[in-house]
Design a protein around this ligand. Structure first.
Ligand code: FPP
Length: 248
């Protein structure tokens, strides 16, 4: 029996975010270079996207390249960009066939122009797909996202479009990179690391975290089912007491 059968489809997280970690260590274990690890990481991307689409999870956000990842060796950065362009190109048909919409968050304008063009064209082509929204965080940093939101709000205040007193948490929400995407209910990090690493800082205020020792290339559908089951076994209280939650 697959773990899938134990999942309560009525209580699925609407949005799952993933910090894909451990490609390099996975490759090293096999005596291969880091890029080999990233290439195998693409299989795990496919697995989790399929698992989410099949179950009915509406949003999946993957931390594919952080703003800090630019500091990696040049060869690794260019290999990652190349892999991104190639994967997006080869997977477009599958996205269309499975009714999956592709989105991005991050400083996309800092990516190589070929990657930008490729992403723009696939985002456009898939924009009416409704089954799952797959968002790639690319050149993304959570603090930068909040700073950018503050700048946009400050400029509106300066122009007199809104007043300082009207600024609330929803004002910030509305100025994030993609305000349409709801906050993640579940965040997964692989490879035995227990950090948020500047990912979705604002959005993860009430997110449930799930950590696994598995390296990213080994993460598969069953791993995703396990994470969802762990999520479903938890009680989400949002600051209330257990009794208050049970009485609603
Ligand atoms: C983390 O492992 C992984 C990344 C920084 C890149 C993730 C990229 C992919 C899975 C491939 C491309 C993705 C798409 C969406 C097409 P690491 O290198 O930090 O591993 P380590 O901690 O073991 O060194």
């Amino acid at each position: 029996m697959s773990l899938k059968d134990s999942i309560n489809l009525e209580k699925l997280p609407k949005h799952i975010a993933v910090i894909m970690d451990g490609n390099g260590r996975w490759a090293k274990q096999q005596g291969k270079n880091r890029i080999f690890g990233h290439k195998n990481g693409v299989n795990a991307v496919r697995e989790v996207s399929e698992a989410c689409a099949e179950l009915g999870v509406k949003y999946l956000t993957l931390y594919a390249f952080s703003s800090e990842n630019w500091n990696r060796p040049k060869l690794e950065v260019s290999a990652l960009m190349e892999l991104l362009v190639r994967t997006i190109g080869s997977e477009t048909k599958t996205l269309m066939k499975n009714n999956i919409r592709l989105k991005t968050i991050g400083s996309i304008d800092t990516l190589p122009s070929r990657a930008q063009e490729q992403l723009n064209s696939v985002k456009e082509e898939t924009k009416n797909n409704t089954r799952l929204t797959l968002t790639l965080a690319l050149s993304y940093g959570g603090r930068a996202e909040i700073v950018d939101a503050c700048k946009k709000i400050a400029s509106q205040v300066k122009k007199g479009e809104i007043s300082e007193q009207d600024i609330t948490a929803s004002t910030i929400n509305r100025h994030l990179y993609d305000p349409e995407i709801p906050d993640p209910e579940l965040m997964i990090r692989t490879s035995g690391e227990y950090r948020i690493s500047n990912f979705l800082l604002w959005q993860s205020a009430y997110t449930e975290f799930y950590f696994t020792e598995e390296f990213w290339p080994d993460f598969n559908k069953e791993s995703m089912y396990q994470a969802i089951l762990a999520f479903q076994s938890r009680e989400r209280r949002f600051g209330k007491t257990s009794e208050q939650i049970k009485s609603v």
